[in-house]
Design a protein around this ligand. Sequence first.
Ligand code: ADP
Ligand code: MG
Length: 376
Amino acid sequence: MRHILPNAMLGLLGGGQLGRLFTLAARAMGYRVTVLDPDPDSPAGSVADVHLCADYRDRAALDRLAETCAAATTEFENVPAESLRYLARRVPVRPSAECVAVAQDRIAEKRYLDGAGFPVAPYLAVEREADLSGDLAAYLPGILKRARLGYDGKGQRPVASAAEASAAFQALGREPCVLERLLNLKSEISVIVARTGPAAVATFPVAENHHAAGILDLSIVPARIDPRVAARARELALQLADALDYRGVLAVEFFLLGDDRLLVNEIAPRPHNSGHYTLDACLTSQFEQQVRTLCGLPPGDTRLLSPAVMVNLLGDLWRDDPPAWDRLLSEPNVVLHLYGKKEARIGRKMGHFTVVAEDRDQALAKALELKRMLRA
Ligand code: ADP
Ligand code: MG
């Protein structure tokens, strides 16, 4: 494919914060962006050149996007794979509908990973209640996770017995699920890969991720793990992108076990919240990589310019007044990103901030201090 160069129009399915950050990166590089998203107030739509405010399956909107854009990508995995396939008949679509389809269904994802030889947690595909009638000892205590449309810990139930698993299956709407054994995690880490083709691929430094109530709370980079484990995580992420012949930005979440074994938890066919540190601590951000890989350009340099800690800002922090931005913005080594969402709700990702410092532990101490300050 020839390179797609600045001033070309790029198409984006989805208009959330990841799409907003993609759009801002693309526009900074001189590209134009058309966003397809049904929400008139979508964070990306409001910073795009064109906002097609329509359903993701709307043929007229998809046709318009195909006619006006040089290539198309997505910012979330729940966009109908069928819409990507439809677009792909007319414009390059990265990542492919096939890769997105694997990532949007936990059963397909686990089967793919397992089948391709990537280590995963012990799991059982539960497509109907009868699938829970066998011996579940290998998966209990466990977590029942809905196969589709889960994120930020939504659609998941901890279960300790077969009876609890059946009850959880019913509570989750009798939709296909996976039952996964609850593991004792030493750490959670992630790697973002940017891949234009077999000879043009790069991984970012490993992020160490901490969650609160199932939602990413903060990411620490470099991760506080054995450098050999970090190298292995990057190698596994690279192998996975190769196995999928992936084009675009791929996020790989890993579980690190007590014996330093790595398991692939899940993948996302797009930039990832845990890669937001790249905006402020790397020469190339994960969003610029999405632009580059979409345009057939080789990935940019992924080296870490400074240790960094990224903290998510959830709607919980908005009470009668917005949080104390004046205090946050008084810090010279803190970068604030707000996503332009009109309404703050509990658990809703409203923005994030990144602390950069010469020393990782200093960055973490400052991040924790600022987190406390914002809550107070
Ligand atoms: P989501 O799509 O919501 O990110 P995940 O499968 O990544 O779903 O689960 C969210 C979080 O729940 C994980 O980051 C991890 O902290 C915890 N978790 C999920 N599965 C397991 C497991 N098998 N063992 C231990 N913790 C888990
Ligand atoms: Mg996850």
